[in-house]
Ligand binder design. Structure first.
Ligand code: GSH
Length: 342
C-alpha cells in the first residue's frame, strides 16, 4: 500500500513540475510503457468479454447523462492577452492549481499584487477530482463567483480589467501600466514569457542530474508528505525528469549552453525595462512584469533561480517586484491532503 502511495506521489510530483511539457511528460512515458505491456496482454474468453461489455455499457448508459449535465464547458479565449470588458469584481475567488506550476504562480502574482483575497484548491494531477465539474482539465482555473475563467493569461487579463475599472473609481486600488511600455508591447512581452522564457527556465531546472535532484528537493519541500514518501518521490522524480530534460533543448530549439541562454533571456527583460523606470509597466508593474515574476517565483530557491539572480542582471527587478507585490492575499488552501502519507 505504501508502495502504491509512493508511486502515486511520484506521478503527482512529476506532473506538478513546472511547465506544460514537463507536467505531462512523465505520464506520457508511463502510458507509452503501458502500451508496450499491452502486447503481452491475453484477452479473456468471449463469455467474459460479453459480461464485461454488458456491465460497462450499463454503467455508461446510467452515468452519461448526469456527467454531461454536470460539466461546465470552458476554454481559454483566442484573445487571451486582451483585456475583456469588466463585469465587476466578484465576491469570491477560488483558484484551482498545482502549487509549483508556473502558470498558476503567474495568476497568484496578479491576485497578490491586486490584493484580491482568494481560496486555493490544490488539484490532484492524476485524478483531477477537484475539477470533475469542468470540461477543461488544465490548471489554473479561476472561479469568479459562479463564472469560470481558464488559462493563465486570460485570467490575468480579466483580473486586470476588473481592477483597472475599479481603480478609475477608487484610487486605493492599484492601476497598472503608467509611463511604461505600450499595450501592444505588453502583449508582446507576455507572449515572450509563454513562448520563450518559461521553456528556457524549464530546460534549465532539469539540465543535469544534480540540478534535477535539487529541483525535486525543492518541489518535495513544498509538500508535507512523510519522510519516506518524500525521499522516494524525490529520487524517482529527479531521475525521470533528468531523462526528460535531456530532450528539452532540442525540442524547444535552445542552442548553446543552457545557462547562458537563461542569463541572456533574463537580461533581455532587464534591457527592455531600462534604467529610467522600475518596471516594464513604468512606475508600477504591468501584466508582463507579473508574468515574468510568477514564472520565476515557481522555481524560487532552486539552483537555476539562484544562478539567474547572481549571473544575470535580473535580481534588482525581482526584488522590486517582491516588494511591490507584498504578502500573499491567499486566505486558505483546500484539497491538498491527497497524496499525503498518513
Ligand atoms: N496555456 C495554459 C497552460 C496551462 C498548463 O499547461 N498547465 C499544466 C500544468 S503546468 C496542466 O494543467 N497540464 C495538464 C495536466 O497536468 O494534465 C495556461 O497558460 O494556463
Amino acid at each position: 500500500m505504501s508502495l502504491f502511495r509512493s508511486a502515486r506521489s511520484l506521478l503527482v510530483l512529476a506532473r506538478s513540475a513546472t511547465h506544460v511539457e514537463t507536467c505531462v511528460a512523465p505520464v506520457q512515458i508511463l502510458l507509452r510503457q503501458y502500451s508496450v505491456d499491452q502486447s503481452k496482454f491475453t484477452p479473456p474468453s468471449f463469455g467474459k468479454w460479453a459480461i464485461l461489455g454488458g456491465i460497462t455499457s450499463s454503467a455508461l448508459f446510467f452515468s452519461q447523462k448526469s456527467f454531461a449535465d454536470a460539466k461546465v464547458e470552458s476554454k481559454p479565449p483566442e484573445d487571451e492577452y486582451i483585456r475583456p470588458p469588466p463585469k465587476g469584481l466578484p465576491k469570491s475567488l477560488v483558484l484551482y492549481q498545482y502549487e509549483v506550476c508556473p502558470y498558476c504562480c503567474k495568476v497568484k502574482a496578479a491576485l497578490d499584487y491586486y490584493k484580491l483575497p482568494y481560496i486555493v484548491v490544490e488539484v490532484n494531477p492524476l485524478l483531477k477530482s477537484e475539477l470533475s465539474w469542468s470540461s477543461y482539465k488544465k490548471v489554473p482555473v479561476l472561479k469568479m463567483d459562479e463564472e469560470v475563467v481558464v488559462g493563465s493569461s486570460a485570467i490575468v487579463s480579466r483580473l486586470t480589467a476588473e481592477v483597472e475599472a475599479v481603480s478609475k473609481k477608487s484610487p486605493s486600488k492599484k492601476p497598472v501600466g503608467q509611463s511604461g511600455i505600450s499595450i501592444e508591447e505588453e502583449v508582446k512581452w507576455r507572449k515572450w514569457v509563454d513562448e520563450k522564457f518559461v521553456k528556457i527556465l524549464t530546460a534549465n531546472i532539469y539540465r543535469s542530474w544534480s540540478e534535477s535532484w535539487d529541483t525535486f528537493k525543492y518541489i518535495t519541500e513544498q509538500t508535507n508528505w512523510s519522510w519516506g514518501t518524500r525521499e522516494l518521490a524525490r529520487s524517482s522524480g529527479a531521475i525521470l525528469m533528468w531523462q526528460v530534460g535531456k530532450r528539452m533543448p532540442a525540442k524547444y530549439g535552445i542552442e548553446g549552453d543552457l545557462r547562458e541562454a537563461l542569463y541572456r533571456t533574463c537580461n533581455e527583460l532587464v534591457d527592455e525595462v531600462g534604467l529610467k523606470r522600475p518596471f516594464l509597466g513604468g512606475s508600477t508593474p504591468n501584466m508582463a512584469d507579473l508574468a515574468v515574476y510568477g514564472v520565476l517565483k515557481a522555481v524560487e530557491k532552486t539552483p537555476t533561480f539562484l544562478d539567474a539572480m547572481h549571473h544575470s542582471r535580473i535580481e534588482p527587478w525581482y526584488i522590486r517586484m517582491t516588494e511591490v507585490i507584498g504578502p500573499s492575499s491567499r486566505v486558505s488552501t483546500e484539497g491538498s491532503t491527497w497524496g499525503l502519507s498518513s
